[in-house]
Every structure is written in C-alpha cells, then in structure tokens.
Design a protein around this ligand. Structure first.
Ligand code: CAA
Length: 284
C-alpha cells in the first residue's frame, strides 16, 4: 500500500508538527480542527516552524512553499473521507479521542486506510474498539518538536494487523525519514514509561524545596548531557500533557512513580501549561 493522502486531526503542538512532517515528506495533507480559531492557531504554528526551518538552513524556500501548498485546513472532519492515513492528535482525553475514532470510522471510505493515534500513553485498543476496523488502528507516537526529533514509536494493540504495523513502520522510515521503534500497547509505551516517572520525580524534587529548578535542570544537562533539564522539558512537552499522561499511567498501574505531583496539578489548574502558554515553571 502506497500512502499519498493523509490527514491529521488536531493542530495543537503535536498535530501541527506531525502535519508539517507529512507535508515536507510530499504527502497531500488535510488538517482538521474543531473551530476556526483552533485551525488558525495550527496554521500559524506550522508557518512559524517552517520559517524557522528555513532560517536554520534545514529547508529551502522552494521546499517550504511546496510543503505549504500540500496542506489544507478544515473544520469539517468529513473532508478526510478519501484519506489513506489519518493520525489523530487531539488533546489527551480518552472520551474525545474515542469519539474521533468513531467519527473517522464513519467517514473514511477506504477499508484499507490506516487510523492512527499520537496518544502519548493511552491504550490504543480502546480507540481501536471505537471503530468497526480495529485491525487497521495503531499508535504512531511522535516526539516534540516533531519536525526535529527523529524517533517515532509504532504501537500495536492486540488486534492490530501485522500488515498495518509493517506498512506504518516502512512509511515512517522511508517516507518520513524518521526512526521507528516497536512498542507494545502498555502504559507509556517505551519512552513515556521511562520519561514520565523521571519528570514527576523532578517536579516532586522541586516541590519539596530540595533544589531549585535551575539546579535540577543544570544537573541533568551538565551531569548527564541531556539537551535540556526535566523541568524545562516538562514545560516544552506541556504541563497538561505531562499531567494527562501521568494520570492515565497511574490509573492503570497504581505505580507511585507516576502519581501526579500536586504541584503539577496546580500549575495546570492555573493555566500555566509551559512554553505554549508563555509560562510554566519558567517564563517564555
Ligand atoms: N524545523 C527543522 N529543524 C529545526 C527546527 C524546525 N522548525 N527548529 C530547530 N531545528 C533544528 C536546528 O536547526 C538544530 O539542528 P542542528 O542540531 O542540526 O543544528 C536543532 O533542530 C536544534 O535546534 P536549535 O539549535 O534551534 O535549538 P536547541 O539546540 O535549543 O534545541 C530542542 C531545541 C530540539 C528542543 C532540544 O533542546 C531538545 O532536543 N530537547 C529535548 C526535547 C525532548 O526530549 N523531546 C521529547 C519530549 S517527550 C515527547 O514529546 C513525548 C511525549 O509523549 C510527552
């Protein structure tokens, strides 16, 4: 199966990044959003990132224009009917995601189409079961910033067809030029199963007054050669996304390592979500 027509549902931090990656790889891309405002914000995000890629010398102006011309924005999910691949990247809310999958199942006409979720930690099987074609559903998990990070987790549920996993793995490697790894449908897959306990520990360390955020971050940058420390990384990922991932992993495992720190919940209650809102633990 050769994929040319794809769509992304949601154009927040991750959805916009994924749409950009697809368009740069030559895909005809539809980006579907819930409102005109959200769609305009997604457009602006992609435009800004493409401009940054040009400024950094990663993309020519001609390739930027070509990528931009391959993107189409809509607030009507029905427009994704003819797509061969749809990647859901809505906010980390299980009910919202399930209803999107049910809607995709109703509108996408090609029985061979692949329906994927970019969820960072939720069970893929629950989205698969919201459709009449669970064997065509899998997780395709990108990392933030998607245009820069090379990794993509391919997450197969117990019902994902081998052929769907193989097609997506080939597509990610050969068409998108990214590095796929295979993960089981378990809380946090591979990366977040390790990352979320780490970020929660760092926030608990800050909360306890044991160390400042600057010193926690400097510790992991200077001591372990991470490109950024965990507090800055939580801000980059989005504190709401960190909280939802921790909540969903904690609900399923009861592992105290992913019990959401109270400080994280309070930050989210306050609307301080990190880089995307201009203020999280740091100001941007
Ligand atoms: N398009 C293409 N390339 C871009 C770009 C864009 N929009 N913006 C930046 N780049 C490139 C730059 O050209 C540069 O490339 P080189 O190294 O080849 O020069 C590279 O990306 C780094 O960019 P900058 O120099 O501008 O910025 P930086 O050095 O401060 O790095 C960062 C920024 C990429 C975010 C880096 O700090 C980093 O990798 N941090 C860790 C991010 C991380 O861990 N992400 C995973 C989060 S977890 C997640 O997402 C999953 C989840 O489910 C929670």
């Amino acid at each position: 199966m050769s994929i040319h027509r794809s769509a992304v549902i949601g154009s927040g931090l991750m959805g916009a990044g994924i749409a950009e990656v697809l368009a740069k790889a030559g895909q005809d891309v539809i980006v579907s959003e819930v409102s005109a405002d959200a769609s305009a914000a997604g457009r602006a995000r992609i435009e800004k990132s493409l401009a940054r890629a040009v400024a950094k010398g990663k993309l020519s102006e001609a390739d930027r224009d070509a990528a931009w011309s391959r993107l189409r924005f809509t607030t009507d999910i029905g427009e994704v009917a003819d797509r061969q691949l749809v990647i859901e990247a809505a906010s980390e809310n299980e009910e919202i995601k399930k209803s999107i999958f049910a809607e995709l199942d109703a509108v996408v006409t090609d029985p061979e189409a692949i329906l994927a979720s970019n969820t960072s930690s939720m069970p893929i099987i629950r989205f698969a079961q919201a459709t009449s074609r669970p064997e065509r559903v899998l997780g395709v998990h990108f990392f933030n910033p998607a245009p820069v990070q090379p990794l993509v987790e391919i997450v197969s549920s117990v019902l994902t067809a081998d052929e769907v996993r193989e097609t997506m793995t080939g597509f990610v490697a050969e068409v998108l030029g990214k590095s796929p790894i295979q993960a089981g449908d378990r809380p946090g897959f591979i990366v977040n199963a390790l990352l979320i306990p780490y970020l929660c520990s760092a926030i608990r360390m800050l909360e306890s007054g044991f160390a400042t955020k600057e010193d926690i971050d400097a510790g992991m940058v200077g001591g372990c050669a991470h490109p950024m420390g965990p507090i800055a990384l939580a801000d980059l990922v989005g504190l709401d996304t960190c909280l939802f991932a921790a909540e969903s992993m904690y609900a399923e495992t009861g592992d105290l390592a992913v019990k959401p720190p109270v400080l994280l919940s309070r930050m989210v209650d306050a609307g301080l979500l990190g880089v995307k809102t201009g203020r999280g633990f740091y100001e941007y």
